[in-house]
Design a binder for this molecule. Sequence first.
Ligand SMILES: Cc1cc2nc3c(=O)[nH]c(=O)nc-3n(C[C@H](O)[C@H](O)[C@H](O)COP(=O)(O)OP(=O)(O)OC[C@H]3O[C@@H](n4cnc5c(N)ncnc54)[C@H](O)[C@@H]3O)c2cc1C
Ligand code: FES
Ligand code: FES
Length: 1334
Amino acid sequence: MSTGKEKDMLCFFINGKKVREDHADPETMLLSFLREKLRLTGTKYGCGGGGCGACTVMVSRYQPATKTIIHYSANACLLPLCQLHGAAVTTVEGIGSTKTRIHPVQERIAKAHGSQCGFCTPGMVMSMYALLRNKPHPTMEDITQALAGNLCRCTGYRPIVDGCRTFCQEANCCQANGAGDCCLNGEGSTDESEHEKPQLFDKEEFLPLDPTQELIFPPELILMAETGNPETLTFCGERMRWVSPASLEELVQLKASNPKAPLVMGNTNIGPDIKFKGVLHPLIISPTRVMELFEVTQTPQGVWVGAGCSLSEVRSLLQKLVPQFPEEKTELFRALIQQLGNLGSQQIRNVASLGGNIMSAYPNSDLNPVLAAGNCKLSVISTGGRREVPLNPDFFVSFGKTILKPEEIVVSVFVPFSRKGEFVRAFRQAPRKESSFATVTTAMRVFFSEGSRVVRDVSIYYGGMGPTTVSATKTCAALVTRPWDDETLSRAYDVLLDELVLPPSAPGGKVEFRRSLTLSFLFKFNLEVLQKLREMNVVTDVLPEKMQIQPLPREIQPSLQEFQHVSKDQSVQDPVGRPIMHRSAISQATGEAVYCDDIPRTDGELFLVLVTSSRAHAKITGLDVSEALRLPGVVDVITAKDIPGKKVRTMFGYHEELLAESEVSCIGQMICAVVADTRAHAKRGAAAVKISYEDLPDPVFTIEEATEKSSFFEPRRVIRRGNVTEAFETVDQLYEGEIRMGGQEHFYMETQSMLVVPVGEETEFKVYVSTQWPTSTQDAIAETLDIPSNRVTCHVKRMGGAFGGKVTKTAVLASITSVAAWKTNRAVRCVLERGEDMLITGGRHPILAKYKVGFMNDGRIVAADIEYYTNAGNTVDESVLVVEKILLHMDNAYNIPNLQGRAAACRTNLPSNTAFRGFGVPQSIMVVENMVNDVAVVLGRPADQIREINMYKGPSVTHYKFEFSPENMLRCWEECKVKADYSARRRAVDQFNQQNRWKKRGMSIIPIKYGIAFAESFLNQAAALVHIYKDGSVLVTHGGTEMGQGIHTKMQQVASRELRIPPSKIYISETSTNTVPNTCPSAASFGTDANGMAVKNACQTLYQRLEPVRQKDPKGSWESWVNAAFFEKISLSATGFYRGPDLYMDWDKMEGQPYAYFTFGACCCEVELDCLTGDYRTVRTDIVVDIGRSVNPSVDIGQIEGAFMQGLGLYTLEELKFSPSGLLYTRGPSQYKIPAVCDVPLRFNVYLLSDSHNPHAIYSSKGIGEPVLFLGSSVFFAIKDAVAAARAESGLVGPFSLDSPATPERACLACASLFTQKIPASKPGSYKPWALNI
Ligand SMILES: Cc1cc2nc3c(=O)[nH]c(=O)nc-3n(C[C@H](O)[C@H](O)[C@H](O)COP(=O)(O)OP(=O)(O)OC[C@H]3O[C@@H](n4cnc5c(N)ncnc54)[C@H](O)[C@@H]3O)c2cc1C
Ligand code: FES
Ligand code: FES
C-alpha cells in the first residue's frame, strides 16, 4: 500500500484568515506555527506538554453528518499542524485587540485584576472564550472546569474567577464583586454602608457579551467538508510523513503495511513522547477523517461508541443518555461520567480520544479500570477482518501494551447497560484534585443475586498499582458467592493487601500510600454498596451518620477584599491609594503584550540549546561535538574554551563555572551549548553531543549525607540571645522535635528567556532578557566577554513571573548566550524549555530543622535551640544569605527570651538552589510555628492560645536587638480572629469532627512578622529617569523590573501624583541599563519602596522646574506649561535618586538593624480532609495584612492572594523528586503540581488593616511581595489539626511529625487509619527508594 501522493496542500483558517501551507511539516505543532511563522505570539509556550494551558486556542470544526459547528478549547502545543486541515482556529488575537475592540472576556479578566505578569492570561481568556461560545451563560461549575487546566503562578486565581463569574447569571447579584453574602439567598446585608465599601472593580462598566459579534465559521470550510473529495492526504516534513486516509478500508490497508506507525488522534500520548522522549516516527497515520471511528450506535444491551470520539464527546454523550434510562441501567455510564470529569483538563479531554486512551494503556489510565470493570468490549479491525475483544484482565499486557496486534485498529467501544442489582463506582486520588494523573485510580462493579446480599459477580480494577491496569482477581474471588457483609469484606481487605503488592522501590514511589489507597477505595465502595442495598431493603441496619462519607465541598464562593477608601480630601485625579488596574493588563489579555520570546527574529538569528551533565559527580573525560556539527542547521558549539573573559562567577569566595570544563558536580550542570538556525536543529544538535565521564566517588545528595561529611558552604551562622542551656534547666517541660521541608520550583510561567544581539561595532551588545536584575546580567556579560559594561545594554520589558528565580541563574545563562553571539557575531536567542528550566535553575532550599524547646506549664516558651540545614546544591549562589535570613526570622512573632539558632548551607551534588520569594523566611518561620504547635499539643492546649501567650507585646526587641512595636501585628491577629469568626467556627469544627469518622476539619491561625529591605546596605538604593516631552507626555524609567507585581503601575501612580497629571499621560516602556544604571534587584519586597522614592524625587525636581512657567500662566494647562518651559530652555528631563536606610547585621556581635521595618499579618484557614485518601479542600481563608497605606489596593491584594497560593503550594502540594542518582524527575507540570483553580480556598477573604501608617516607605505604604507567602502555612497547620483529630479516633494523642509539604500522601499516612496501619512499612536501608529524601 502506498502512503498516498507525494504531498498535499494543508488548508485551514486562523482568526478568519485562510492559511494554505504547502510545506506542512508533521513535526510542527500549531503553537510554533502561530508564534514563529505567523507571528501570532499571543499564544504562549509554558510547558509544551498540555499541562499548563498557556497555549490554549479554540478550534472549530464543521460536522457534515449533523450539519453543526463545534467549538472546543485545545492546547496548541500538542496540536499537530497537519491535524488542522479543514478546521478554523481562533487565537487570542482573533477575538479582540486594543486596535479594534477588546472582547468582554479580555476586558473582564483584566479589569477584575486577573492579570499580573500576564503570561497565563491569553490562555485563560481562550479557555473562557471557548466556554462562552458553547454556553453564553455558564454556571460556576462550568467556569471552574473550563479553567482547571490553566495554571497561573501569580494571581491566586481568585480575581480571574471573579472576572469570569460576571458572565455567570446565577452570580449576577451583589456577590459578583465579592461584596459579601448573596442578596439572592437572603443573607445579603441591607446596611447602606456595606454597599459604600470600596470595590476592586465596577462590573457596571463592562461590555456586554454579544455572541453575534463573534467570528463566523468560514463558509468555505463548510463547503469543503460537504463537497470535498475524500482523498488520502499526505504531508511531508524533514523527518516525518503524515498520511490521513479518508476511509476505513484505506486506514486498514495503511496500518497493515505500516504496523509500527502510530494512529494519531488527540496526540496527547504520541506528542509528548516525541517531544520529551525524542521518539521519532517516520510515518504517522491520522485517522480523523474516517467516519466509522466517530459513529455511535445504541443497542438494547448498551451503546457502541466510536473509538475516535474525544473524551469530552463521550462524556456529553453519556450525560445525554443517562436521563433517558432507568437509574439501574446507567450505573456504568455514571461512573464513566464521573471519571471523565476528573481526567486531565478540558483542553486534553477535548482532543484525547477514547481509543487513544485505551490503547495508550497507561498504568494509571482513569478510563481503563472503569471500562474493564464494566465489562466493556472493543470492536477491532484489520486486514484479517473484524473481531470483538473483551477488556478483561488479559487485555493489558505490559507498560503501554495491550493484546491487540500492531496492525489492529479499534473502531468502537461497547459500553453496556448495567442490570438491576449491579453497582459500579470509580474512585481516584491524585497529587492535585484536578488536572493531574491519578496516584491510584480504580473502578469496582458488583452484581447481586436478586433481592439478596450475595455477590453474583464482581470485578475490581486498579490503575497506578503496577505497569498496567491490574485486576484484583483474587480479591474478587474472595467476594463472589459470599454475602456482602463485614466478614467477607474484612477477608477481602486481607486478600487485596496480599494481592496488590508493590516493591518498596517501585517507580513512582508512595508505596505505602498507594497500597493503603487500594484498601480505602474498597472501603468507600463498601459504604456505597451498603447504602444501595439499604435502599433496596436487602440490608436493614442503618449506617451511623458518622460513618458516611460525603464528597469534599467544591464550590468557590464569593469572597471579600476589604481596603480603605482614600481620604475625602484627595484630588479625584490623584490615583495613589486607588485600585488601579495593572497598566498592561489589557494588552496582556489581548496577547499584544510583548515578552522576551515574542520579539521578532532578527536577520540571521541563531538559537541556543544547552548540553547538560547526566552525572552528579564526575570527571569529564571527553567531549565530542563532531556529530552535532554535521547536523543540518547547526552552526557552532560553545564550550568553556570559547569564553574570552571570566569563565567563573565568584560568590563568597566560591567559584561557579559558567560551563563545566573538567568536572561536573550535579546532573543538569551546563557543559556546552549548541547554536543552530532553528530551535529544532539546535535541540537535535544538543542531543548529538557526546560526553564521556569518569564517575567520582560518593556523591552527596541529602542533608544527612552532607552533615555527616561536613560538606558545607562557609560561613555557617549562629545567633544567640540569653542562655538556652541554663534556661533549659529551669523550665517545666522540654520537648525535642524536627521538621523537614521540601524545596520549591519557581515555575514562573515564562521560562528563562534572552536574546543577545551584537550591534556590529566596538563589541557592543543589546540584550533583551527576562531578568529581575538587569545590572547584574550586564555586569556578568561584560566580565564574560571581557568588555566594559558600557558596551552592554540590558532591556527588560516585562517578565512572565520571576519569584527570585531570574536573578543569578539568568545572569549565567545570558553570559553563555552572549559568548555565542560574540563568537558567531549573530543574534542568539536562548529560551529554555520547561524541563530544562526546571532541571538547570534550582529553586527554594529544602531544609531540615531540629529543635529543642523549653516551656512552662502555663504555655510560656522560655528557651529554644534550633539547628537549620539547607540543601544548597552544588554552588553557593545566594545560599549563605538565605541562611542568614533564616536566623533573622527564627523568632517570627514570638518573644522567646532564650533563643539560639545555628544554620548551615549544605553543599550537595544537586542543582544549585537560589533565591525564591521569601528568601529562607518561609522555611524559617515554618520551624518555629511547628515548634509552637508541638508545645500546644504537649500541653493539650489550643495552638492559638500558646501563640498568643508568646507573642511580642509592647515595645519589643528581637533576638538581634532590633527595636520595634508589635502593635499592628497584634491588631492583625485580633482582627483576623474576629473577621474569621474564629471561636464560633472552632467550635463548629470540633462538632463536625465528632460527627464524622472519615472526614475531619482542621483550623489554624498563624501570624507573621516580616522584615523589609536588604540587610546588605548598598542594595537599598534606587534611581529613576523621567522625561517630559514637548507634547506633555511623560516617560518614566526606573530601576525596578516588572514581573507581574505591578511596579510600573505603582510608579505611574507616583509620577501622576507628583506631577499632578493623569496616569494616561505617563508611559513606562521598559527597564534598561542605559537609562538607569547600577540598579539593584527587584527583590526583598523593596521594589516600590526604593524606586517609588526615586521616581518621586525626579518628578518633584521637574515639578519645581516648571514652577516659574506655572506662575506666569496659572490658568494654563500641563501641555502649555511644558511647551513654555521648552522655549524657556528649562530642562524637561531629570534623574531621581533614593539613598535607602543604612541597614546592617553584625554576625560577630549577633546584632544589627537588618530591616527598615516589618510587614505584619495573620491568616486563618479551615480545611476539610478526607482521611481515607488525604484529599483536602481549603474551605475558608481569612487574611489580615498590615501594609500601611496601600499605594494600590488591587495590586497589593493581588500580591497577597498570589503569595498565599504559592505558599499553599509550598506547604501542601509541590514536591520535587530526585532519583537515587540525583536526576530531577519532576521536570514539568505533569509531574510537578503547582496550585490550580481547584486549590483556591472556597471562601478567600483578604482585609488590609485600616489606619496603619509607615514612616519608612513611600506614601506610608509597606512592602508586600513576599511576606504573605508564609501564611500559606496556615493550610498546613489546619491539615495538621485535622490529622490530629483523625489520630485521636485511633487513640493516638500527643505531638506527631508531619513534614512539609503536607501532601495527600503524608496527611493520609499521618491519620493512621486502620487501612494505613495494615500496610507493613518497608525497613529503611533494606532497599533503594525510588526517590531521594533530600
Ligand atoms: C496533560 C495530560 C494530562 C492527562 N491526564 C490524564 C488523566 O488524568 N487520566 C488519564 O487517564 N489520562 C490522562 N492523560 C492521557 C490522555 O487521556 C491520553 O493521552 C489520551 O486519551 C490518548 O488519546 P489520544 O487520542 O490523544 O492518543 P494519541 O496520542 O493520538 O495516540 C495514542 C496511542 O493510541 C493509539 N491509538 C489511538 N487510536 C487508536 C485506535 N482507534 N485504534 C488503535 N490504536 C489507537 C495510537 O496508535 C497511539 O499509539 C493525560 C494526557 C496529558 C497530555
Ligand atoms: S504550553 Fe501548551 S499546555 Fe503548556
Ligand atoms: S498572571 Fe498568571 S502566570 Fe502571571
